[in-house]
Design a protein around this ligand. Structure first.
Ligand SMILES: Cc1ncc(C[n+]2csc(CCOP(=O)(O)OP(=O)(O)O)c2C)c(N)n1
Length: 337
């Protein structure tokens, strides 16, 4: 089986590590407060899928990309967007359906976009964006650019036919794409064991298409970073795609309306006991890169940032009737009377 190579040297300095810790804390807080707004204040409508527990996957991998690389993901997209540098204001406004949101209030939770930051969404049909990622990578190669496209999807998407067509073409044409499967163990209420015949997901890329694959602990942010950096180097060097299975766990139900009755309380408790944000904070403490007081200050600043984002979103306007007709087609869409 093809294996992605690993390297030994450290991937991060103190400054970068603190940025990553802060980003993970921001994602967590952003979603905690958004959940409250959804449930208590009834301020957020539509679907709402939380990333809580999976933060190191997005933050570690995006943290080693270049600003001109592309990212594309599924509907559990708040974490990737914030890790890419979207402001809490733009994200919160989108959740509240305001014109100041990243998709002008017309996308909602599942359709965060920020094209200027190379963040190509937020896609709700399972597996549908994987061919898009392959297409983006094809365009990059066709134009002779040394940028890469990173595509995130859940393990539930692995059995979609379109994913396999996309993997085959990426391997055939050695496209600069990195597929990151976020294996959080459940697709809605269905565990991987109940849906999938071959549990070693790397084999999907490796044996079928010859794409180097690696399975890693997605809770380990620095390992995420190192593995992604190596994959990006391969892609930029013309060696083609890499398939990374990041083992992770989601703390919340599939969506906000899912009480999660298909798993035991003990399973969730045991995952939360090793919360990757606290674990990373402790790692940095042991290295002497942060102390308790600085971490508390960081958390306080993040609380303020999120409250400020909520206030901004609440004071923003929803899109006007005219604006509802924008962004539908390339040429302006003229509604018929
Ligand atoms: C083609 C398609 N089939 C079914 C659904 C309904 N659906 C929404 S999310 C989901 C589970 C996907 O799980 P996974 O890919 O593991 O991602 P996760 O939710 O765990 O992040 C399903 C079946 C859908 N959106 N699209």
């Amino acid at each position: 089986m093809a294996q992605a190579k690993t390297e030994a040297k450290p991937v991060v300095n103190r400054t970068q590590a603190l940025v990553w810790l802060r980003q993970m804390m921001l994602i967590r807080r952003f979603e905690e407060r958004a959940e409250m707004l959804y449930q208590k204040g009834n301020k957020i409508g539509g679907f709402f899928h939380q990333y809580s527990g999976q933060e190191p996957v997005a933050v570690g991998s995006i943290g080693v990309l270049r600003e001109d690389d592309y990212i594309i993901t599924a509907y559990r997209d708040h974490g990737h967007a914030l890790a890419r540098g979207m402001s809490a204001r733009a994200g919160m406004s989108e959740l509240l359906g305001k014109v100041t949101g990243c998709s002008r209030g017309k996308g909602g939770s599942m359709h965060f976009f920020d094209v200027e930051k190379g963040f190509l969404g937020g896609h709700a049909i399972v597996g549908s964006h994987v061919p898009l990622a392959t297409g983006v990578a094809f365009a990059l190669k066709y134009r002779g650019e040394d940028r890469v496209c990173v595509c995130y999807f859940g393990e539930g998407a692995i059995n979609q036919g379109s994913v396999h067509e996309a993997l085959n073409m990426a391997a055939l044409w050695k496209l600069p794409v990195i597929y990151i499967v976020e294996n959080n163990q459940y697709a809605m209420g269905t565990s991987l064991e109940r849906s999938t015949a071959v549990l070693d997901l790397r084999l999907r890329g490796a044996t079928a298409y010859g794409i180097p694959g690696i399975t890693i602990n997605g809770n380990d942010i620095e390992l995420m970073a190192k593995t992604t950096r190596e994959a990006a180097n391969r892609a930029r060097g013309g060696e083609g795609p890499t398939f990374i299975e990041a083992k992770t766990y989601r703390y919340k139900g599939h969506s906000i309306s899912d009480p999660g009755k298909y798993r035991l309380r003990e399973e969730l408790d045991s995952a939360m006991k090793n919360d990757p944000i606290m674990v990373y904070q402790n790692v940095l403490k042991q290295r002497g890169w942060i102390d308790e007081e600085t971490a508390d200050k960081m958390r306080d600043e993040i609380k303020t940032e999120v409250e400020e984002a909520i206030a901004f979103a609440e004071h923003s306007e929803p899109p006007s009737l005219d604006q509802l007709y924008e962004d539908i087609t390339v040429a302006p869409f003229i509604p018929q009377e």
